[in-house]
Ligand binder design. Structure first.
Ligand code: IMP
Ligand code: MG
Length: 404
């Protein structure tokens, strides 16, 4: 069996957590490969809801949980999440090379947002951007540094004195983090390569989404790490040939939290309806998500950039409750029509969506759980995106995901 890489194809919150939980059974281990506790991955089992910010979303299955070198690890969030279930501590390994996030980075995140004023990005303020920036500046302590007795926080505190009005004493945080990470630190790259060497398979779990990728997304309204399948080899420390099959996850409409362009965004009255039906509030910050129609232009780009041959389509139950919905087939920029998303990246604020409308999903769930009337939409997506729709979800519970 091959490795499998799960990535978001929109601006995050596509339902990756649900898909990872659903598919985890066939894999020895699930590896979270990007971002930090800016992510919120929701898994619902028998009506009870679990949100993971840093642990892989297979936490509820008895799988080995690996956190790759390319993740920004906040020990306070990790500690809280591990305390939810006893067995988690013995199943979790954090790569010793991973970048760490402290209260200083969270303060810096807020300071930078205030500095931007009316052009704030609307970050989650979880300190992830500053942590990656400090890594690039070669100032950030790694997990392995916090574990080592010789590391001290003087340089980093002195650095932050240039930017923050007050820099707290970090000794308490340092001690707690050391105690936690000592138990968890390991070599994730070796672990994954060893599993693959003996023909075992792992799943790579991405967070955020393609359009939030630092290089290939809607910059500057993006997150601070890679979000595409191409970030797996760098982050995990495996050769590109081990990324495996790529499955993209997309909602059958679009949402976005935070600022930035959003061509298919709908008016507030329509948004409100879907927001309530689809519980579209940020799972990390609680912010109401912005809502728009399905956008096949950006989705086509995302499928291509990730090399996704499989697609998981989520939240069809929400669309089924609408009388009618629209699908964006092309963009119009200054009167010229295009289906090429990357061509529009420098002029995103002038993009107007071109829709096909009159779509609807009706009727009861069939034998495989999917109403017959969804077929037309799935055929259209498969044809236009050149991808196979493999999973369809019709509700948030694990039991409402169906294979095709
Ligand atoms: P940051 O990643 O906290 O720096 O935030 C940068 C942008 O990415 C903001 O628009 C956030 O709302 C968005 N963002 C970050 N993580 C997620 C996520 O997991 N889901 C959805 N949006 C996210
Ligand atoms: Mg989320």
């Amino acid at each position: 069996m091959d490795n499998l890489c799960i990535v978001g194809l929109q601006w995050g919150d596509e339902g990756k957590g649900k898909v990872v939980d659903y598919l985890a059974d066939g894999f020895e281990s699930v590896v979270r490969f990007n971002g930090g506790s800016n992510a919120g991955h929701t898994v619902v089992v028998n009506g009870s809801r679990h949100v993971f910010h840093i642990l892989p979303s297979a936490a509820l299955k008895s799988k080995k949980l690996l956190i790759a070198a390319g993740v920004a690890v906040d020990p306070e969030v990790l500690s809280e999440e591990l305390s939810l279930v006893k067995s988690l501590r013995t199943r979790t390994v954090v790569d010793f090379r991973a970048t760490t996030v402290s209260p200083l980075e969270k303060m810096m995140d807020a300071t930078l947002e205030d500095f931007r004023g009316s052009s704030a990005l609307g970050t989650t303020r979880r300190g992830v951007g500053p942590a990656y920036a400090l890594r690039a500046l070669r100032l950030s302590p790694r997990v392995g540094d916090l574990v080592s007795d010789s590391y001290d926080m003087t340089t980093i505190r002195d650095f932050y004195k240039n930017f923050l009005p007050e820099v707290p004493d970090m000794e308490g945080w340092r001690k707690k983090s050391k105690m936690l990470l000592e138990e968890l630190t390991g070599n994730v790259s070796d672990l994954v390569n060893e599993i693959n060497d003996r023909n075992g398979a792992v799943m790579f779990e991405g967070s955020q989404g393609t359009l939030l990728d630092l290089l290939h997304g809607t910059y500057p309204f993006v997150t601070s790490s890679g979000t595409l399948s191409n970030y797996v080899p760098e982050s995990v420390g495996v050769p590109p040939s081990r990324v495996g099959d790529v499955m993209g996850v997309a909602k059958c409409y679009t949402t976005r939290v935070g600022s930035g362009p959003f061509p298919t965004e709908m008016d507030e009255a329509g948004a409100q309806r879907i927001r309530i039906e689809g519980k579209e509030y940020g799972s990390t910050t609680g912010r109401p998500r912005r809502i728009g129609w399905l956008d096949l232009v950006s989705l086509k780009y995302a499928v291509r950039m990730n090399g996704a041959r499989k697609l998981s389509l989520t939240k069809l139950d929400v669309l089924a409750r609408l009388k009618e919905f629209k699908v964006c087939e092309a963009y119009s920029v200054d009167g010229e029509e295009t289906e090429d998303f990357s061509r529009c990246l420098m002029e995103m604020d002038r993009v107007k969506p071109v829709y096909s409308d009159g779509w609807s999903i009706k009727g009861r769930l069939g034998a495989n759980g999917i109403p017959g009337s969804v077929q037309e939409l799935i055929d259209h997506i498969e044809e236009k995106l050149r991808v196979e729709v493999k999973l369809v979800s019709y509700g948030e519970d694990r039991s409402m995901t169906f294979e095709r």
